[in-house]
Design a protein around this ligand. Structure first.
Ligand code: AQP
Length: 331
């Protein structure tokens, strides 16, 4: 059976970007790919590449798991777990550090962006992050990895690392394929549409979180940066802010951008934004209601226990074979 795998870092409150670029796609794929198995994890080990408050990190990890469920995952067909509860991720991550080159890691734009923002106190793990990410994926022999556009480069490196390992030690890991959504793969910041919407961004007007209440959502959309042209059309070069809002609308409603442009071509930005605000409110409020039920339930804990046991079993066996292949240990 083919395996689809995805993960999200609990570095902040999930954004509409995470939802449209990753969670929604995952749920959609699950409905479409009925003959696949779905592995989904909360990447808390990745979160600590930047400083986290322990109690908040733990809370956010559970929040993410609950949010995924609230978004409509099929519980029966999902192996849901927390990355740090399976030791083999780090073990394989270390092995893969010996199969990736400094030059390759230096080229990763996410590292360059984050290092530029932080300037000092850049951790070694932020640099080696792609090796751990590769381990997360190939440990389970995932066939497909749905990601937003920003993770394309990391996934390409995962493929390189897996192929390099296979070439040297003999075929062992499945080389994964990315699945990137056609619309919604890169949702941009509402205040600065040249940057992607990120949960660890300081200016909270730039992103909509999955937990924002209806009034906050409306306000953030109303204040989203557009332009002075005043004409609704899809022109990402010259009307970046508006193009982002159209993309959000299309991705949230599963409609074509062209169709939306047609509907609003004679409207003002103000009216378009009012409607978009309502689209997002209608999308997120029902998810928030489900989340409120799930976060308190024993079912969430039971699903995470079950996920941990199944993933751990696979990971343990895979690592035993992997170490043998490399020549580690006595037998
Ligand atoms: N703006 C976005 N548009 C579309 N997809 C996005 N994703 C993230 N931002 C956008 C997708 O969400 C998944 C999980 O991402 P992640 O949490 O593992 O890491 P990230 O990509 O670094 O997300 P953030 O929000 O930008 O986190 P911080 O600020 O901590 O770095 C991935 O599939 C990603 O593509």
């Amino acid at each position: 059976m083919k395996r689809v795998l995805s993960g999200i870092k609990p570095t902040g409150t999930l954004t509409l970007g995470n939802y449209l670029g990753a969670i929604k796609q995952f749920v959609k794929l699950q409905r479409k790919m009925t003959d696949c198995e779905f592995y989904l994890f909360v990447a808390d080990m990745h979160a600590i590449t930047t400083r986290q408050v322990p109690s908040e990190l733990r809370k956010r990890s559970l929040d993410i798991a609950a949010m995924y469920l609230a978004c409509g995952l099929d519980k029966e067909r999902t192996i849901l777990f927390i990355q740090s509860e399976i030791n083999e991720h780090v073990e394989l991550g270390y092995i893969l550090q010996s199969n990736v080159y400094m030059g390759e890691l230096e080229r990763m734009t996410q590292f360059k962006d984050k290092a530029q923002k932080q300037e000092t106190s850049i951790t070694a793990s932020l640099f080696t992050y792609p090796a751990l990410m590769a381990a997360d994926i190939i440990l389970y022999d995932a066939d497909y990895v749905p990601v937003g556009d920003d993770q394309k480069q990391h996934l390409e490196l995962t493929r390189t690392i897996a192929s390099r390992f296979n070439n040297y030690y003999g075929d062992f890991f499945t080389v994964p394929e990315p699945i990137i959504p056609e619309v919604g793969a890169r949702i941009m910041d509402l205040q600065n549409p040249e940057k992607k919407m990120s949960k660890s961004e300081e200016n909270d007007k730039g992103y909509i979180t999955m937990f924002d209440d209806a009034e906050t959502i409306r306000r953030k959309i109303r204040s989203a940066v557009t332009d002075s042209e005043g004409v609704i059309r899809f022109d990402p070069q010259n009307q970046q802010g508006l193009a982002n809002l159209l993309t959000i609308y299309a991705s949230a409603t599963d409609r074509d951008i062209e169709d939306i442009v047609n509907q609003y071509k004679d409207s003002s930005y103000k009216d378009f934004k009012e409607d978009l605000g309502e689209v997002i409110v209608n999308l997120l409020v029902p998810i928030q209601e489900k989340y409120n039920e799930i976060i308190k339930s024993q079912e969430l804990q039971d699903l995470l226990d079950r996920g941990r046991d199944i993933a751990s079993d696979y990971a343990f066996k895979k690592m035993r074979k992997c170490k043998k292949k490399i020549g580690l240990g006595r037998k």
